[in-house]
Design a protein around this ligand. Structure first.
Ligand SMILES: Cc1ncc(COP(=O)(O)O)c(C=O)c1O
Length: 484
């Protein structure tokens, strides 16, 4: 015993010794009431100063793993040894999982997607490029806020969110043209938690939701996990096909609609202002509330500003707006928001409290201080310039090399390619991955199995210019070969 101790890292030596002995006790290698080696002996055995051993033994005693008998030494405490009786008790957790858990695994693309070998050119991500992050300003924001109210930030906060950030975001939404009268805001862990909270609050009277087709894969996944049936409506060059939408609305009742009107994922399409008006009129006529996903609104490279659907709705309370800075700023700070009717937010606040108490106040306060210090505008300017350049370059490469039938993407961090019906982008992906290039096959964004097999999404935000050029050329050549 004691011959497998190794100093692992630069943590205090006494803590490493304490944890080592503690592990021996928990595993049962040291039995209750067994005498521990004297501090002198262990110091020689481990080649560590006696002071470190003394301090480790004191720590073990503090944690209840050892006791001292005056004049005789240290002993293992009785209750601290491993419970051998239940060590053979093994459960089959797979058999105990409910349908939701089984489904979550089935729908979890991260567990089944193509693995990118080192050196692969990957167009699968639409995360921001971390090389653009202005770390110094984030560090400054952290230090600034900690020095103002560090103690408060480290304690429990409020389910609704960190008040200064709520106020900032209300002003932010006001500037987007949203009428805030009768509305309130809840901070969530990104768009994804906000969506999940809204879906768990809504009654499933009809059990069905209507949305664009294709749409955000995480949204499809969550709708399915909540047991909603999904009706997808085709996209046109300027957003959702309104005739098809009206037809569906007239045939069936829906509990809500989910729309991504700006820089839609995956098509990158921006819904025209006229269409937004007509869409809202339709939803009013059929009394279907709207969940608006505004995740990408800031990544506009050309064309004029388009207001969110919530602004179109004026003082009406039928739109639930879900906001996120995951593409615009830092997805690692899991901060998003729900802006909606005050009464609705009151319900959502209680759900939020029940499930996670609140979003990390530290994350919220760093984001708040970063925004308050005026960094968003500066950062956006830099990020937009860089993404616009990459966007134009990627578009140019696609136009030069890929034999597509349709290419869409008005901004954001990706482009969407559609080939003629019958073309199979899964086969294309296989051919490309053999040559070290991967992308996201479009079928995962469609609401019905088997749809969109002729489409693909190309995320360019984290790919270097030279690789964009090389990767798109490889995709184009492989596509031409597949078509024969
Ligand atoms: C359509 C859409 N909405 C929202 C998000 C952001 O989600 P979150 O805020 O949970 O990171 C994404 C990220 O890819 C997205 O594609």
């Amino acid at each position: 015993m004691f011959n497998d101790f190794q100093l692992m890292d630069d943590r205090p030596v006494s803590i490493q010794v304490k944890e080592y002995v503690k592990r021996l006790i928990i595993k049962g290698a040291l039995q209750a009431n067994q005498k521990l080696p004297s501090t002198r002996e262990l110091s020689t055995l481990l080649g560590i100063s006696r002071n470190s051993i003394i301090s480790a033994y004191e720590g073990l005693e503090d944690d209840g793993f050892a006791y001292t008998v005056h004049g005789r030494g240290s002993y293992v405490a009785a209750a601290s040894t491993g419970a051998a009786a239940s060590s053979a008790w093994r459960l089959d957790w797979g058999a105990r999982m409910n349908e939701r858990a089984q489904m979550a695994v089935e729908l979890d693309l991260m567990k089944r997607g193509i693995r990118a070998e080192k050196g692969t050119i990957s167009f699968t991500s639409i995360a921001p490029d971390e090389k653009l992050f202005d770390l110094d300003n984030v560090k400054r924001a952290f230090m600034d806020r900690m020095s103002v109210e560090g103690n408060v930030l480290l304690n429990y906060g409020y389910a609704k969110g960190y008040k200064p950030l709520i106020d900032y975001l209300l002003r932010y939404m006001d500037h987007k043209g949203v009428d805030l009268k009768g509305k309130d805001l809840l901070i969530t862990n990104g768009f994804t938690e906000g969506f999940d909270i809204v879906l768990s609050a809504l009654s499933k009277k009809n059990g069905s939701v209507i949305c664009e087709n294709p749409t955000h894969n995480t949204a499809i996944k969550n709708l399915k996990l909540h047991g909603f049936e999904i009706t997808g409506i085709a996209m046109e060059r300027d957003g959702i096909n309104l005739q098809e939408l009206e037809q569906a609305l007239s045939e069936k009742a829906f509990d809500c609609a989910y729309f991504v009107p700006s820089y839609h994922n995956p098509t990158g399409i921006v819904m025209s202002p006229e269409k937004r008006q007509r869409l809202m009129q339709l939803m009013m006529r059929y009394q279907v509330p709207v969940i608006e996903d505004g995740f990408n609104e800031e990544l506009r490279y050309s064309g004029s500003h388009v207001s969110p659907l919530m602004a179109t709705a004026g003082q009406g309370n039928s739109v639930i707006y879900l906001g996120s800075f995951s593409k615009v700023l830092f997805p690692g700070l899991r901060v998003g928001w729900v802006l909606a009717d005050r009464e609705l937010i009151d319900y959502l606040e209680s759900i939020k409290r029940a499930r996670s108490i609140h979003t990390s106040t530290l994350d919220q306060s760093i984001l708040y201080q970063y925004l308050y210090n005026g960094n968003l505008e500066k950062y956006l300017k830099k990020a937009r310039t860089e993404y616009k350049r990459k966007y134009e370059w990627t578009k140019q490469c696609c136009e030069a090399h890929i034999p597509f039938e349709q290419l869409s993407g008005d901004g954001g961090l990706h482009l969407f390619v559609a080939f003629e019906e019958g073309f199979d982008t899964r086969a294309l992906l296989e051919a490309c991955s053999r040559q070290g290039v991967i992308f996201t096959p479009g079928d995962i964004f469609f609401t019905k199995d088997g749809q969109g097999r002729n489409t693909m999404r190309i995320g360019f935000s984290r790919v270097a210019d030279e690789e964009i050029g090389r990767g798109i050329r490889i995709i184009g050549e492989a596509a031409k070969q597949l078509r024969g």
